[in-house]
Design a protein around this ligand. Structure first.
Ligand code: CP
Length: 326
């Protein structure tokens, strides 16, 4: 059989970690470095065990995962659905627009009604910080935060960290810069908690209207010039400017932002040759990153999306498994 037609190699299935107890994943702030590494190792094992998600498993057969999305999503919602199905689970897709919320049903009543369909785990995205915590206090099933306003997006942080690790980088001594809209970014917060716990040096960089000095209290370097920090960076994570969360424009013009903070060809020439270029998506092409950099050889943006399925398989399996063992 030629290499082109050879069947994909499947790695062994992960063993359920004895130490894992969490029935919910609400953020990375509360997790230990060991718990983060457990999720990353489990995700890598599922990626290998499915030959890159080609094979369907039965680890969650008979279980049901419900996506409760009160905010738009492309990557997170689809990858949670795919992850659940790759594990053999059934899925329920709740989307706020078109639901009975418009008839006055409350958030908690909505969730309890969906839970009554024998749901084992709920994946929630909501514009209000703390909504996943509130949900976890009112339902019996597991709850996974898929992004709550500007607070946390733990699976995004985990898939970013998995992608850095998969590209052979060690966290001790690694310099990771989060560039752009730190003030409104749940991705920034989850990356900061996760990367700091694993020993990386984290820089937050952007206009002073979007980057507070207060981040220094959490052991994060604060910078206002991308050009000054660029030569030291091993990884750049270019965050989207979230116009929809801002009450006033935080800089005079998007052109000015791009001049000061966009990663472009000229800046790539001054960066480390093996720098990793990341973005959580969606990206505003030309604003945070130019197309030649987004699609260039140092970009791992689509690897992040692929690893999102692996991370979400791991989190679903761990959270549902913890409930079964409680
Ligand atoms: N990165 C991310 O959360 O993308 P979506 O909003 O498309 O889910």
């Amino acid at each position: 059989m030629s290499a082109a037609t050879a069947a994909p190699e499947f790695g062994p299935l992960p063993r359920f970690p004895e130490t894992w107890r969490r029935r919910h994943l609400l953020g990375l702030e509360d997790l230990s470095a060991e718990e983060i590494l457990t999720i990353l190792d489990t995700a890598a094992a599922f990626k290998a065990a499915t030959g890159g998600f080609r094979r369907k498993l039965v680890e969650l057969q008979g279980k049901t995962s419900a996506n409760l999305f009160f905010e738009n999503s492309t990557r997170t919602r689809n990858s949670f659905s795919l992850a659940a199905r790759r594990l053999g689970a059934d899925t329920v897709e709740f989307v706020a627009s078109g639901s009975s919320l418009s008839k006055g049903e409350t958030f908690i009543d909505t969730a309890k009604n969906i839970e009554s369909m024998n749901v084992d785990v709920m994946v929630i995205r909501h514009h209000t910080p703390g909504a996943p915590l509130l949900l976890s206090q009112n339902v019996r099933c597991g709850v996974i935060n898929a992004g709550d306003g500007p607070h946390e997006h733990p699976t995004q942080g985990l898939l970013d960290i998995m992608t850095i690790r998969e590209h052979g980088r060690r966290f001790e001594g690694l310099t990771v810069a989060l560039v752009g809209d730190i003030a409104y970014s749940r991705t920034a917060r989850s990356n900061i908690w996760g990367l700091k716990k694993l020993g990386a040096h984290v820089i937050v960089c952007g206009p002073s209207t979007l980057v507070s000095r207060r981040w220094e209290e959490f052991g994060v370097e604060v910078a206002y010039s991308l050009d000054q920090i660029l030569p030291r960076c091993d990884v750049l994570n270019l965050l989207r400017i979230q116009f929809e969360r801002q009450h006033t424009r935080p800089f005079p013009s998007v052109r000015e932002y791009a001049l000061l903070f966009a990663m472009n060809r000229e800046r790539m020439a001054r960066a480390k040759s093996d720098i990793l270029i990341m973005a959580p998506g969606p990206i505003n092409r030309g604003l945070e990153i130019t197309p030649d950099v987004a699609d260039g050889p140092q970009s791992v943006i689509l690897d992040q999306v692929t690893n999102g399925v692996a991370v979400r398989m791991a989190v679903l399996w761990l959270v549902v498994g913890a409930a079964a063992r409680a």
